[in-house]
Design a binder for this molecule. Structure first.
Ligand code: TXA
Ligand code: MG
Length: 332
């Protein structure tokens, strides 16, 4: 597997060796690890069913779980899906950025059925991460990319984590260092009468609601074998260790994931301590979440005790990921 260091702010990005190689591989139907501002993606040409099939195989991902298509610009995205007035408003306000919109797909969209799991809707995002955007632009096709981790495991926020998760299962990884947001995009469905928050993520609910002038609804009816978003799988983002939430105290030998200046009672009994944000900032905590879970998991404690995290702003996404990391594991 090839591993290229790449700087997103390089004015000659498109001419750089890593970029050119990644583009060539994508157009040949190969898989490439690509940084975005949220997390690293396992990227393939969204119009190439064979390439998208490789994504599912590499991740060990249930095929009913559709992929996000990444676009170079809102104009490109509009050729593939039907934008309501709400959709226009959100795209104008937040693209490029950490927002994914689920919209009715256009019949003429060339995105393959495997990427959309055969649905009449599709998930679209224009990332602010410049490398993914420029790859989509130069390739002239949308890029399908789930988070670059094995299915059910912790998302990758660094190239090292991508390699740890998927080594031998992709052709190349572009390494731009740490993903700045650190949690996946927020997913909003605009396919029904009211906007629905399918997955809290790197863009806070409050910001979206203030642009829409309306509350985002919770998804209500979820069919058992057809999750509306990955978050609907109760166990997801799972480390090997058991995860214990809202820990007000620490048992001997537990690993501790702390937040803020005050540590839970008995913190000195922890085998290892990491702090999501010593100053109690939720954006910093989101950016470090997956990386620190990975790090604590490597310390081989049976249990990771997690301090309480507030629910406002990006706290909603952080609590969502932690709840799933703590859920009873799927047998698969
Ligand atoms: O930040 C992100 O969103 C990252 C980066 C790489 O862009 N991607 C990501 O992809 O998190 P993934 O595949 O791990 O999660 C996207 C989820 C899918 O699992 C799926 O459940 C949901 O988006 N999704 C995709 N298409 C959908 C659709 N038509 N309706 C409802 N949910 C959909
Ligand atoms: Mg994922």
């Amino acid at each position: 597997m090839k591993h290229y260091k790449i700087a997103a702010d390089n004015p000659n990005l498109i001419a750089s060796e890593g970029f050119k190689e990644a583009l060539r591989l994508l157009l040949q139907g190969e898989l490439v690890g690509v940084p975005t501002e949220t997390v690293y993606g396992l990227a393939a040409d969204a119009t190439n069913a064979h390439a998208c099939a490789k994504i599912f195989a590499a991740k060990g991902r249930p095929q009913f779980n559709p992929l996000i298509s990444h676009f170079a610009s809102t104009e490109h995205a509009r050729n593939h899906a039907l934008f309501s007035s709400h959709a226009h408003r959100l795209a104008d306000a937040f693209w490029p950025g950490a927002l994914t919109l689920v919209l009715p797909r256009r019949d003429e969209s060339a995105v393959c059925d495997l990427a959309t799991a055969g649905l009449k809707t599709m998930a679209l995002r224009v990332p602010s991460g410049r490398i993914m955007r420029e790859l989509a632009r130069e390739a002239g096709v949308p890029i399908a990319a789930p988070s670059a981790n094995r299915s059910g495991k912790i998302s990758a926020t660094t190239a090292e984590a991508v390699i740890e998760e998927l080594s031998g299962r992709l052709s190349c990884v572009l390494d731009a260092g740490e993903a700045p947001v650190g949690v996946e995009s927020t997913i909003v469905s605009l396919t029904g009468d009211t906007p629905v928050l399918l997955r809290p993520g790197g863009l806070a609910r409050e910001e979206i609601e203030s642009v829409l002038g309306a509350r985002l609804q919770h998804p209500q009816h979820v069919k058992k074998n057809a999750p509306m978003a990955p978050g609907m799988l109760s166990s997801h983002y799972a480390p090997n260790a058991r995860v214990r939430l809202n820990a007000s105290h620490v048992e001997r030998g537990e690993a501790l994931l702390a937040f803020g200046r005050r540590l839970p009672e008995g913190a000195e009994r922890a085998s290892v301590i990491e702090n999501l944000s010593p100053s109690g900032e939720l954006t910093e905590a989101a950016a470090r979440l997956f990386q620190l879970l990975r790090k604590l998991d490597k310390a081989n404690a049976d249990t990771i005790a997690v301090a309480p995290i507030p629910f406002e702003g990006l706290g909603e996404a952080i609590n969502d990921r932690l709840r799933r990391a703590a859920a009873p594991r799927r047998k698969s």
